[in-house]
Write a protein that binds this ligand. Sequence first.
Ligand SMILES: [Zn+2]
Length: 358
Amino acid sequence: MGVLNIVPTGVLTGDNVRKLFDYAKDNKFAIPAINVTSSSTANAVLEAARDIKSPIIIQVSQGGSAYFAGKGLANDKQQASVTGAVAAALHIRTVSKSYGVPVVLHSDHCAHKLLPWFDGMLEADEKYYKEHREPLFSSHMLDLSEEPKDQNIATCVKYYKRMAAIGLWLEMEIGITGGEEDGVDNTGVDNANLYTQPEDVFDIYNALSKIGPNFSIAAGFGNVHGVYKPGNVRLRPDLLGKHQMYAREQLGGKPEKPLYLVFHGGSGSTKEEIKTAVVNGVVKMNVDTDTQYAYLTGIRDFVEKKKDYIQAQVGNPEGPDKPNKKYYDPRVWVREGEKTLVERVKEACTDLGNVNRL
Ligand SMILES: [Zn+2]
């Protein structure tokens, strides 16, 4: 029995998101969440999911959302990030049914200073809900990990009440993901802060489960955004098992893995580390750095190989009158980036066991 026996194709919302994550948890696989910045990258992610017959998570960051709307737009009040996130969501909603895969449509890290972006998306969700009885997105992430725990939890509770009312999933972060992403620089953070304690994770579970069951936790276990030289921080996915165990004990022995966990900053991690994380209840793993690079490689190789065919609109090594349209048409060279992105998304799915799951 596959995923399509449990959830429909297209963008999932409400309890369908939890049903998908439960299925992944029970069958010990996780779903990669790929950041997209354009219809081109979004389509490539959907193409990969279709080819390997599996569900997929597509997400937009605050910067990626602004890019989706266009870098030429002002974003001083997060207006371009809101517009771009809505545009991305509507695009993905429109085409995902044609690809025939279930999609979790998610927004990535939102720090305190970016809350106007979050508020704008939530308003769009509520508006969409009025018409369609479901939100525009499947889920959103709030990342208040830089704040004291109590403040972090209080803000998550406030937002989650509003989100749960319209069937939105909440992903929250406790503990800090090192490295730098989207303008938030955590490269100087003390190493001890990169590992979250089981008690802290359970406090979050306790507060949010009073409102609803549809939430996940990105707990720090030495994760770092981006790809750096190994050895600086040690990834400890085994700690996630301790979080599950502690939560289980507090809840009187079941369920076996009460927490939905999310793996951030996993670029460059070993297959073994990924496996340990998945066994310990990670249902979503973010992939951005590696797929960014993959999108470039196809275009880079094309430009290098066809260098002499793109110097002018007319004239190449085959003759001074030969037209070059079939080399400079963006459907040709951007497509090369899409192809290498498709392959990298398939690899991410394979690493997580997310293959032939429909
Ligand atoms: Zn992250």
